[in-house]
Design a protein around this ligand. Structure first.
Ligand code: MN
Length: 308
């Protein structure tokens, strides 16, 4: 079997795409723009424009592109084509990796927090024993203990949208649009902080990629090299860490809010939250609610008939 790696120009990639327009295309290969599946060759075009021809007739397929390629390497082995493996388990082991996640979007009270962070193999080894996973599956005590260690070690960026700001922004954007804008900003900041982003940047998917990018129309800077995956907090170490840092920040800010009002705010958005909203309005007045709650939530209906 032969493996030929070429660094192609954008024009060559365009040509390749047209040439194989009628062949089966796979877009789930990590870091790839697309992969063409031919009987005798598999062609993977990576986001970096590195293009790998692999299979018994790789040379034939690559020949059309070799002359114009920017760089090239040819490796001949007797190995068979690698079996198609679950891309999730494979790519989750790739380091360095960046991940992003948000918290607070399901809580009536308190801010929305988004974090993006970069993790290396060393971080994964060092913190592997701390049982870091989706922050929803960790206790507050565990979060409070683990998060400061991660924040001391990792490059991360953090965005906290307090309730005033959130309520103002929500007049113009729906929740998913707000999330998209925040995740994007988190990556833009992280890139500035760290110098560059890893090849693998995973967003805990809340909206399909085309919608995500549609929400970002009009943003000054847009990070596009992102991999979207649902439940990524339990699959990718970087997303789990982002989730933990975000949750920690949410808890801190929640605590400060409770101190400020000497009031115990429940989490979530259930009926117990309705009751707390009513109690809060009775104590502090309806006009204070926009400082502590996401007022477009249904919970607000319960206080609408109170006179204050
Ligand atoms: Mn999430």
């Amino acid at each position: 079997m032969t493996t030929i790696s070429l660094l192609l120009s954008p024009a060559q990639i365009e040509f390749l795409r047209k040439l194989y327009a009628d062949s089966p295309i796979v877009t789930s290969v990590p870091y790839s723009l697309f992969q063409v599946i031919e009987e005798d060759c598999r062609i993977t075009v990576y986001a970096s424009h590195k293009t790998v021809f692999q299979g018994k007739n790789a040379e034939e397929h690559a020949a059309l592109f070799q002359a114009g390629a920017i760089t090239q390497t040819v490796v001949k082995t007797s190995a068979k084509l690698p079996k198609k493996t679950a891309t999730t388990s494979l790519s989750s082991l790739v380091f360095p990796q960046a991940g992003s996640d948000e918290v607070g979007t399901g809580d009536y009270f308190g801010p929305v927090v988004v974090c993006a962070c970069i993790t290396t193999q060393k971080d994964a080894d060092e913190f592997g024993s701390l049982n870091i996973t989706d922050s929803k599956k960790m206790t507050d005590t565990a979060i409070l203990e683990v998060a400061p260690k991660l924040m001391a070690a990792l490059s991360y960026s953090l965005l906290v949208v307090d309730n005033d700001k959130y309520n103002e922004v929500h007049l113009k954007h729906n929740m998913n649009a707000i999330k998209a804008i925040l995740h994007n900003q988190a990556y833009v900041h992280l890139k500035k902080k760290a110098g560059q982003l890893p090849a693998l940047c995973v967003v805990d998917q809340f909206s399909p990629a085309p919608n995500y990018f549609r929400y970002l129309e009009g943003e000054a800077e847009i990070e596009r090299n992102l991999h979207f995956e649902t439940k990524a907090e339990s699959k990718y170490f970087s997303v789990a860490c982002a989730s933990v840092i975000a949750r920690y920040t949410f808890l801190k800010s929640f605590h400060a809010m409770e101190e400020h009002y000497s009031f115990s705010f429940p989490k979530g958005a259930g009926t117990h939250v309705d009751e707390a909203a009513v109690e809060f309005v009775k104590k502090f007045g309806k006009n204070k609610l926009c400082h502590v709650a996401k007022i477009h939530f249904k919970n607000t209906e319960k206080v609408e008939n109170l006179n204050k």
